[in-house]
Ligand binder design. Structure first.
Ligand SMILES: NC(=O)c1ccc[n+]([C@@H]2O[C@H](COP(=O)([O-])OP(=O)(O)OC[C@H]3O[C@@H](n4cnc5c(N)ncnc54)[C@H](O)[C@@H]3O)[C@@H](O)[C@H]2O)c1
Length: 253
C-alpha cells in the first residue's frame, strides 16, 4: 500500500519548485492532488502529466474565493485530507529600503495566504474525519538574515500560527505542523540557476537542498506515519540551523 493511498491534497504553489515536486511525489504515493498556482501554463502542464490523479486550478492564495474553488476542486477528487501551504514569494531589501507596499505584498501572500488556507480546510477536514496541514515556513522562520525583513516576518508568523491551529484542531483529528527548509535549488532559492552547491560547501551537509529533500519531509508530515506530531517544527536544512562550524576548533573542517 502506498503512503498516501486514498488521500486528497491541496498543494499551493505547485506549478514549479518544491510544490511541483510534492505534487509528483504525493501522486506517486497514491494521493489525488489539487495543484493551485498563479502560473497557469506551468501548473496545467504538471497536472496534465499526472493525469486523472491531479487537477490544476488558477488560485491566488490571497483571495478567499480562490480558496473556496480549491476546496470545491478537492471535493471532486474525494474527501480532503491534506493541505500543503507551500506558495510564497520573497523580497530582498534592507529594512530601510523595504517599502510598505513591498512589505504588505509579502505578508499578504505568505502569511495571510497561509491563514486563509488553514481556515478554509477546517470544515472539509472535519467532515473527512481528520487531516494534516503542512505549513511551509523556512529556516528564516527559525532565525533570520539581513535583507529579508518582510519574508522573515511572514515565516515567523507561519511558525506561530501553526502552533495556534495545532492547539485548536487536534481534537478534530487535524494535525498542523510547520516545515522549515534551508536553501533549496528552485527558482526562489537559485534565481540565476547557477552552480549553487558552492555556496553551501561549509555547511554540515555541504550542498544545496533539492526539492525532493523537502518533498520527502512534506510526505512524511502529511502521511499517517506522522500520527503523533502536531504543532511541531520539521527542519530540512542540511544542518544550517544546528550552528556554525568553527574551522580552528577541534572537529572543524
Ligand atoms: N527555495 C528556497 O531556498 C526556500 C528556502 C526556505 C523556504 N522556502 C519556501 O518553500 C516554499 C516553496 O518555495 P520554492 O523554493 O519552491 O519557490 P518557487 O518560487 O519555485 O515556487 C513558489 C510557487 O508559489 C507560487 N505563488 C507565488 N505567489 C502565489 C500566490 N499569490 N498564489 C498562488 N501561488 C503563488 C509561484 O507561482 C510558484 O509556483 C515557499 O514557501 C518558500 O518560502 C524556499
Amino acid at each position: 500500500m502506498a503512503r498516501l493511498d486514498g488521500k486528497v491534497a491541496i498543494i499551493t504553489g505547485a506549478a514549479r519548485g518544491q510544490g511541483e515536486c510534492e505534487a509528483r511525489l504525493f501522486v506517486e504515493e497514491g494521493a489525488r492532488v489539487v495543484i493551485g498556482d498563479v502560473l497557469d501554463e506551468e501548473g496545467q502542464a504538471v497536472a496534465d502529466e499526472l493525469g486523472d490523479a491531479a487537477v490544476y486550478i488558477h488560485m491566488d492564495i490571497r483571495h478567499e474565493q480562490d480558496w473556496q474553488r480549491a476546496v470545491a476542486a478537492a471535493g471532486q477528487l474525494g474527501s480532503l485530507n491534506i493541505l500543503v501551504n507551500n506558495a510564497a514569494v520573497t523580497h530582498f531589501a534592507s529594512l530601510s529600503d523595504t517599502t510598505l507596499e513591498d512589505y504588505n505584498r509579502v505578508i499578504s501572500i505568505n502569511q495571510v495566504g497561509t491563514f486563509l488556507g488553514m481556515r478554509s480546510v477546517i470544515e472539509p477536514m472535519k467532515a473527512s474525519g481528520g487531516g494534516a496541514i503542512v505549513n511551509v515556513s523556512s529556516i528564516d522562520g527559525l532565525q533570520a538574515k539581513n535583507g529579508l525583513v518582510a519574508y522573515a516576518a511572514s515565516k515567523w508568523a507561519i511558525r506561530g500560527m501553526t502552533k495556534v491551529a495545532a492547539l485548536e484542531l487536534g481534537h478534530f483529528g487535524i494535525r498542523v505542523n510547520s516545515l522549515h527548509p534551508g536553501g533549496v535549488d528552485t527558482p526562489m532559492g537559485n534565481p540565476t540557476n547557477s552552480d549553487i552547491d558552492q555556496f553551501y560547501k561549509d555547511y554540515p551537509i555541504p550542498r544545496c537542498g533539492k526539492p525532493i529533500d523537502i518533498a520527502r519531509m512534506a510526505l512524511f508530515m502529511a502521511s499517517d506515519e506522522c500520527s503523533y506530531s502536531t504543532g511541531c517544527e520539521f527542519v530540512a536544512d542540511g544542518g544550517w540551523h544546528a550552528g556554525q562550524i568553527i574551522k580552528w576548533l577541534p572537529g572543524g573542517h
